[in-house]
Ligand binder design. Structure first.
Ligand code: HEC
Length: 127
């Protein structure tokens, strides 16, 4: 009984912590879109320094790979690069990239989004 009340409180606290504008109509939101939004927020937080055109006007090489100003930033990215996004967020150092360590939840969110993308047939035909 008591245990239940505590976990209900915890649940309420958690959902309040990640409040989105759509809160209250969550059931109506497409889960794939929801994951895309969550992943965009995480990648923007860690990677905007070079991969967001509004911030990084000079870093054309990084923007050529993806630009977070585009809501569909990962659209058409090859599988290898999508997996690199996840590796980088998990703290692996790749080429000129600094080591970042997103939280386990953040990595999970981006991994789920990448899995959604890779399920789509056209994505697999890109080199
Ligand atoms: C300091 C600037 C900088 C930051 C910050 C940065 N990148 Fe990059 N990124 C680059 C540049 C420049 C390239 C282009 C080519 C290269 O040197 O790898 C690149 C390339 C990439 C590639 C393609 C790599 C490949 O092998 O084809 C991926 C994927 C990538 N970045 C993901 C990320 C992610 C995810 C983050 C955040 C965790 C991030 N980057 C943060 C500068 C940056």
């Amino acid at each position: 009984m008591r245990k239940q009340a505590i976990s209900m409180l915890l649940g309420a606290g958690l959902s309040a912590g990640c409040a989105t504008p759509q809160e209250g109509v969550v059931a109506a939101v497409d889960p794939v879109e929801e994951r895309a939004h969550a992943a965009h927020a995480v990648v923007e937080n860690y990677c905007q320094g070079c991969h967001l055109s509004e911030v990084s006007t000079q870093n054309t090489k990084a923007l050529d790979v993806f630009d977070l100003a585009d809501e569909d930033w990962a659209e058409g990215m090859p599988k290898k690069q999508l997996l690199t996004v996840v590796s980088l967020l998990s703290g692996r150092k790749i080429r000129k990239h600094l080591r970042v360590s997103a939280t386990a939840e953040e990595v999970t969110a981006v991994r789920a989004f990448v899995a959604d993308l890779l399920k789509r047939p056209y994505q697999q035909s890109t080199p």
